[in-house]
Ligand binder design. Structure first.
Ligand SMILES: C[S@@+](CC[C@H](N)C(=O)[O-])C[C@H]1O[C@@H](n2cnc3c(N)ncnc32)[C@H](O)[C@@H]1O
Length: 208
C-alpha cells in the first residue's frame, strides 16, 4: 500500500474511533523502560500516543512517528495540554519512506501491525541504526488474537520474537538479545471487554 493510501486508511481508523483522551502506555514498555535512564526515544507507529506521553512523563525526549496525521495531531495536542509539548515531537510520516536524522537511546515499535501486507523490516533496521551504543530496540508484537482482533483466522501464526530478530540486521558483535519471550496479559478491547492475550517481546541492546 502506498503512503497516501496508508495515511487515508489510518486517518479513517482514528477519525472513526478517536484515540482516548488519557491513552495508557503499553504494559511491556513500562516494565522494560521504567528503570532505564531517560534519553532520546523514537516511537514507530505511535498511534494514540500512550507510549510517547508516558515516556515524556519519565523525562525522555520523544520523536513519535505515525502515518496518520489524525493520530499525530491529536498526540501533539495532548502533549501540549500536559505541559509535555517540548518533550514530544509527533510527526506524520511513513517510516518506510525515511526516518528523521537523529540519534537515540530507545526505539520502540508496539503492535506495529497492519491489516494489509507491509514489510516493516527495512524501517526497523533503519531505526535500529539510529541507536547509540548502549541503546535498545524494543519490538512488541501480538502473539495471539483477541476477540476484537481484525484477524480471526484460526490458523494464523505469529512470528516468534527470535524469528523477528532473525529478520533484522543484528550482528552478534554489535547486538545482544536481552529479552525474547511470550508473556500473557489481560487486554481490554474497544468495547471494554477483556481477554487473555500473548505478546511477543523482543528487546535488543546495541553493545558497540
Ligand atoms: C496497530 S497500531 C499500534 C499503535 C500503537 N503503537 C499502540 O501500541 O497502540 C499500528 C500503528 O502503526 C501506524 N502505521 C502503520 N504503518 C505505518 C507506516 N508505514 N509508517 C508510520 N506509521 C505506520 C498506524 O497508523 C497505527 O497507528
Amino acid at each position: 500500500m502506498k503512503s497516501a493510501e496508508a495515511a487515508r486508511y489510518w486517518d479513517a481508523v482514528y477519525t472513526e474511533r478517536p484515540t482516548p483522551e488519557e491513552p495508557r502506555p503499553n504494559a511491556r514498555l513500562v516494565e522494560t523502560v521504567a528503570e532505564l535512564p531517560p534519553g532520546d526515544a523514537l516511537d514507530l507507529g505511535c498511534g494514540g500516543g500512550g507510549d510517547a506521553l508516558w515516556l515524556a512523563g519519565q523525562g525522555w525526549r520523544v520523536t513519535a512517528l505515525d502515518v496518520s496525521a489524525v493520530a499525530t495531531t491529536a498526540l501533539t495536542q495532548k502533549a501540549r495540554a500536559r505541559g509535555l509539548g517540548d518533550r514530544i515531537t509527533a510527526v506524520q510520516h511513513d517510516v518506510r519512506a525515511s526516518l528523521p536524522e537523529l540519534r537515540c537511546d530507545l526505539v520502540t515499535a508496539h503492535y506495529f501491525h497492519t491489516p494489509y501486507d507491509q514489510d516493516r523490516t527495512p524501517a526497523l533496521n533503519a531505526a535500529a541504526a539510529l541507536l547509540r551504543p548502549g541503546g535498545r530496540l524494543l519490538i512488541v508484537d501480538h502473539g495471539s488474537t483477541a476477540p476484537w482482533s481484525w484477524n480471526q483466522d484460526p490458523d494464523v501464526r505469529f512470528p516468534t520474537p527470535h524469528e523477528v530478530a532473525a529478520l533484522l540486521d543484528l550482528s552478534p558483535d554489535r547486538w545482544e538479545i536481552e529479552r525474547a519471550d511470550a508473556p500473557t496479559r489481560t487486554a481490554i478491547g474497544p468495547d471494554g471487554s477483556t481477554a487473555e492475550v500473548i505478546d511477543h517481546v523482543l528487546l535488543v541492546r546495541r553493545t558497540a
